[in-house]
Design a protein around this ligand. Sequence first.
Ligand code: S3P
Length: 428
Amino acid sequence: MKSITVHKKKCLKGEFYPPGDKSISHRTIMLGSIADGKTHLTNFCSGEDTLRTVQAFQSLGIKIERNGTEHTVWGKGLNGLQEPQNIIDAGNSGTTVRLITGLLSGQNFFSAITGDASLRSRPMKRITDPMRAMGAKIDGRGDGNFVPLSIRGGALSPIQYQLPVASAQVKSAILLGGLYADGITEITEPVPSRDHTERMLSSMGATIEREKTTVRIKGSPHLKPFSFRIPGDISSAAFLIVGAILLPGSHIVIRKVGVNLLRTGILEILKQMGANIEVINPEEECGELTADVVVKSSSLKGVNITGDIIPRTIDEIPVVAVAAAHAEGTTIIRNAKELRVKETDRIAAVVKGLKKFGVKVEELSDGMAITGQKELKGASVFSYGDHRIAMAFIIAGLTASEETTVVDTEPIETSFPQFMESLDSLLE
Ligand code: S3P
């Protein structure tokens, strides 16, 4: 098992272009594959998760050419996918399995999909329930709650669906199914989640209507191919942002990072905690906003993190917890039960790890309470096979008084393979 050992560091300085956004990268392949013609992508996320999506669509008969972070997808239109010869393996990627299940539900063929041990334990009923309601025949362990799933798709019926939890993956799966439904499919979320699928579909010419937390899509569109520089991933940049805030004397500029408002909860929270963060040079491409984010080291104070902001920062909570461990006072994170069904139980993993760093932290059923302190002690901590836990603890290790070892760091490859290299290039 791979481990990474880090020591206390002075500061982070310089500028950095983050790798392409993982959520957006998955969607460009899926939607590019069913567009009418050639889609050209640059700054594609080079993690293993997005590679799983590329391989899945190759197995569905789509030609995808890869040249570093430049990808070309030869879309075959809404009905151009072919029955795969083998079981699709989504690896560790929840986004691959959940979104693709929506799309496969509308295909007139048989398919099956599975994943690694972590993915095999994550809940899928949230996807299989609505797709079955639309008419797809899906089976799987636990009455379709766990992969492997088998899918026999076909023409779907539109539904009106109320999501029990805010989830962009579930919303997107239903939207992708809705492309194959005869009529208007309507989805309502309790709280808004990331809207990359809606934005991309709309810029490709689909009829999408949005009203507060409801989105409607009309079936059978012709989707235009596109050319797109994928925005930098704010979820990857988040680790460097928190590192720069915590290490005194730091000053970094993160260039061309995605600042879609449904992803920038991390910036709002850190600013509220007292962080010196500035967002400059906004630009828009394919309906997505990017900007440069300037971060300087700052002293933080504890805050309450709850409610609508949770889905807008769901993947950044492990690293927010590391920031909170250095803030004056207590930070309380609530309404974040979804963290328990991510790549690992992120509430339990963060609480166990922070305790090893000597932090006073209490586990709550739907979050945690963290009391900040001046300095962390060195620790040996485990990632629990989760990329974001591994990277959050590496950042914590840069601030700790003694050596820190993070065990099982291989999963960093799933989203941000260049993480250590990027960090080293900025560390002084
Ligand atoms: C994602 C949505 C979120 C997020 C995940 C990526 C997406 O999951 O945690 O990393 O690309 O749609 P949920 O939809 O389950 O909240």
